[in-house]
Ligand binder design. Structure first.
Ligand SMILES: [Zn+2]
Ligand SMILES: [Zn+2]
Length: 261
């Protein structure tokens, strides 16, 4: 694939692992997603392997050039490499730079925080998410429209550049009625851990993702963050069937996949 990460707005999937076992066994990588929006480098949910995947990616992604790190929630598959990526973004703490965003139960004291204390003062600024919150990274604005149902404090994201809703990210959540109304992005990324609906788990399944895409009507949908059964079902075939059924392009993310927005 061409080096489209150089394009003004693009996404690179450093990892597409969703559930515990897919991560532990590294059947898929768990490095998170690197966004390049309006010239800003933004790392989303740096799970275990994020540093290695970034620096070994082609073209190489330089973590010392990161402008911001965002975590949607504290679970390990989203934050395993957070501390090391903070160290990288701030060049070992020698440069106080970069922004950090995430929920309070992950980044504030006293609640089983996931960022090592000695790194807390390294970023230029840390912002704590709240429902309906609006944030800025240079010319990129983004919001956390609704709190998800997911055991720990969790928010999905909407990114806006030049007044356009270019990207929505529905991170881990249990399905809830009307969820699609919160995510208007032209490109819609959905974390789909389960193959079948299981109301006892706080994760989306393929049938629920289908329902969301059908109602949200993005220009393009990307499914990622796969659990074992989805991996076994060959996500690219699942995505192809969804595309045919919905008449909306659905792509299954692959480790290292790049997408131009
Ligand atoms: Zn997850
Ligand atoms: Zn989670």
């Amino acid at each position: 694939m061409a080096d489209i990460i150089q394009a003004e707005n693009s996404i690179k999937f450093l990892g597409t692992a969703g559930a515990r076992f897919v991560m532990i066994k590294q059947l898929r990588s768990s490095g998170g997603t690197w966004l390049c929006l309006a010239g800003k480098n933004i790392l989303l949910d740096p799970g275990p392997g994020s540093l290695v995947r970034a620096t070994s990616s082609k073209p190489k992604l330089d973590p010392t050039k990161l402008d911001a790190i965002i975590i949607t929630h504290k679970h390990l598959d989203h934050t395993g490499d957070l501390s090391v990526m903070i160290e990288a973004m701030t060049e070992g703490g020698f440069k106080k730079r970069g922004l950090l965003f995430g929920p309070g139960d992950a980044l504030e004291d006293g609640k089983d925080p996931i960022l090592l204390k000695y790194l807390r003062g390294f970023p230029e600024k840390t912002e704590i998410f709240k429902e309906g919150g609006e944030y800025r990274i240079g010319d990129v604005s983004f919001s956390t429209p609704v709190r998800h149902i997911h055991g720990v404090e969790t928010y999905g994201l909407n990114f806006r550049v030049g007044g356009n809703d270019i990207l929505s990210v529905i991170t881990d959540t249990k399905y809830f009625e009307g969820i699609e109304k919160y995510y208007p992005g032209k490109v819609l990324i959905i974390n789909v851990v389960r193959f079948e609906v299981d109301p006892s788990l706080d994760h989306l399944s393929i049938p629920e993702a289908k329902r969301i895409i059908e109602k949200a009507k993005p220009q393009k949908a990307v499914i990622t963050h796969f659990g074992m059964k989805v991996v076994q079902a060959k996500p690219w075939e699942v995505a192809e069937a969804m595309t045919k059924e919905l008449g909306i392009e659905v792509i299954a993310a692959r480790d290292g996949m790049e997408l131009s927005l």
